[in-house]
Every structure is written in structure tokens, then in C-alpha cells.
Design a protein around this ligand. Sequence first.
Ligand code: HAM
Length: 427
Amino acid sequence: MIKAVRGTRDLLPPQTELWNFVEQTAREVFRGYHFQEIRTPVFEDLALFQRSVGEETDIVSKEMYTFEDRGRAASEPGQRLALRPENTAGVVRAYIEHKLWERPGVQKLYYMGPQFRRERPQKGRYRQFYQIGAEVIGPPSAGSESPARDAEVLTMLADLLDRLAIENWILELNSVGCAQDRPRYNEALRQALAPVVDKMCADCQRRAVTNPLRVFDCKVPQDQPIIATLPRISQFLDQGCRTHFAQVQEILQGAGVPFTLNDRLVRGLDYYTRTAFEFTHGALGAQNAILGGGRYDGLSEALGGPPAPGIGFAIGEDRVVLALEDAGRQVGRAADVYIAPLGAGMDTQAARLGRELRRAGIVVELGDESFRLKKSLETAAKTSARFAVILGENEAQSDVFALKHLASGEQVAVPRAELAARIKAGS
Ligand code: HAM
């Protein structure tokens, strides 16, 4: 038997109702902050992720699904492509490709969709997973660098988690500095690593040379005591970064968004500058990061675009749904009415009546004329419908139907014209 591939899964009803609820709530909250949707392709040129997320990151060096497309002619080399492991790179590529900076103000874009990383699957961690994310990006003259943008994004997230009734989230905040102070910090890290690096794992030995910040991504237990002694980025921020970070905190405090500072938080992607953050949620165990994000002020230029500072985040939708399930959340709507056609030719009558009621906004489940009354009522009960409408030849001729309230068993005769209103009133 062929099964879903390891790390991928089918999402089935009624769980999909919860997914829709999360997505719909996100759309509503984002609309309130005047964000609009962008949809980018699921696969992109491999070089896009190498240049943005970074070659030395786990995502690019170990976890990407890459493949070679065929060239147009047999002699032509194919293009190296990758399934997107995240969506920020695609959004910034689209920003550059479509010259979105020519539009007024900053661009406030959100997206939802599958991402792909070849990680070891476990609860809350999949190889095809779903992100709901947003990016604010634009020319510096439009205010894209302002700490007000950081605070707005974080406030929007707090609002969304509250609207989803996800409780006890923790916002961890850090500043990872900018292009000016990164070289000094990298140098300090290299110096601190030099005497100890030969005791560390092979990955860290390489990172210490190529990209020392990535040492913080190491999960090897033996390396952790060394990593704990390394200098923190907070000691190396220049005045501009310090002021920016202080302003972000001040606005958040004023807006009533609680946070904690964590100067070990560096995030596992290379494009971050200044503000970096994660929201964690205790109920998720090891995979407790429900979302992550931050600023990426140099990313557009790294991809060949104009200066376009930006900030954004991505929510792990799988993890949000898990948190809601753990909290016992249920959403979804049972059918309002089950139409029970009784006898030959009644399927047609039922289809007609069903269509009328659905037009009036009622959720209708249709029965089958081959069922007897007993089986019809049993089926109606299984669909959890509130009412059943019994539709036999007499009813079709008289246009008066038997409306049965399934919980109480009470039954009344209702003319066709009043049926929708009666069902609505009782639901
Ligand atoms: P990220 O931290 O790599 O950031 O991913 C964001 C979130 O996606 C994580 O916090 C987690 O909830 C979820 N996630 C990541 N990997 C998996 C997985 N294998 N299975 C289930 N959920 C997962 C980014 O992707 C950045 N693009 C966020 C961003 C947007 N930064 C700026 N703008």
C-alpha cells in the first residue's frame, strides 16, 4: 500500500475546520492592520535561498528539497530549483521583481501556505508544514526602518494569538545588530571560539570559520557548555541599534504587549538584523516555537534590489492547531437540517427544496429516496442535524412539510414559504 511520505500528512475533517478557523481569524486580524495577501510559487531558484537564508544555515545546508529542472534543449543545463523552505525570500524576490517600491508607502503583505524542510519528523515538526506569515517592506523614506513597524508587527501577533484564545504565550525579544556591528561581534566570537573549537562538533568547527553566529544553532549537548560562555550580541550593538531596540520596547510597553528579553536568541536564518523574536508556548513540548521573525534590513540589496528594510514573521500553523487541539478547542458547524425524501421520485423534490434552503443560508444534508423513514431519521441523527424535513408525495403536492426537531422529537407542519425562517429560528 502506498502511504503519505514520511514527514507529510493528510489533514482530515473535522480537524480541517480548525485549520480554516485559524486562517480566517488571521485574515481578519491582518485586515485590521491593513495587510494584503501575496502568493508566491512553491518552488524557486535554489540560489534565492542560498543568498538569503544563507549557505551555512541548517535549512539550506541540510534540509532543502532541491531538484534540477530540465533545460529547454537537451544540451542546455537544467536550472537548480528548491521547494521553498520559507516564504520571506520569495516575497522579497517578488518585491524586487515587480518593483513594488514604486507603490506608495510600505508594502504590508501576508501569505499562507506549505513550506518544505527535510527535518527529522516528530510532534509539531513535519517535512511539509504550513506557515502563516507577513512582511512589512519598503524604501527607508517610507518609514520601513522605524521601530514603529516592529512594534506594529508584534502587536498584530499578540492580537492574533489572543483572538485565537491561545493562552500563556511568551514573546522573547532580542536585537541581533546590524551590518556595522556584526563584523566586531563575529571577530569576538572567533576569538572566543579559537581555544575551544577543536572540542566542538564538526559543524561548529566549520561554522567558527565561515559564519560564527551559526554556532548558536548547534544542538549537540556536549557543545552547549561552551556556547553558554560565548560573548552575547547585546554587548556589541552600536548606538543606532541600541536606540532602535529601546524604542521598540518602549512602544510595546505602551501598547500593553508583554515580552521578555533573551540575548541568546539569534534565529536560524542569516538575513536577520536588529529586532529578532520568537513566541513560545509551553504546551508544545520540544517544538515550542509557535512563530518566529525579525528584521532583515539588508536582504533586498543582497538579492540585487534597492535598499528596502523590512520586518516580518511566520507562524507555524501546524503548531497553532496543535495548541488549540490540546486546549480542547472545537469549531465547525453541524448541518441545520436533514431532508428525508420518502419514495420514488422524491430525490428531485429534495434537490429542489435543498437548493432553496441553502440559498437562504441554511446548511442542508440530503437523504436518499431509497431509505425508509427509520433509516432516514437515524442518518439524520448521525449528521448531528438539528432538524429533519420529511418529504413524501403528500408534502410535495401540498407544499407543507413535516419539520421534526430531532432532539425533542417534536414535529410541526410548515408551509414551504415559512420553512427557512422556522429552521433559522430554531438553530
Ligand atoms: P522560522 O523560525 O524558520 O522562520 O519558521 C517560523 C515558524 O515555522 C517556526 O517558529 C515554527 O513554528 C514553524 N516551523 C518551522 N519549521 C517547521 C517544521 N519543520 N514543522 C512545523 N513547523 C515548523 C521563518 O521561516 C522566517 N521566514 C520567518 C520570518 C518572516 N522572518 C521574517 N519574516
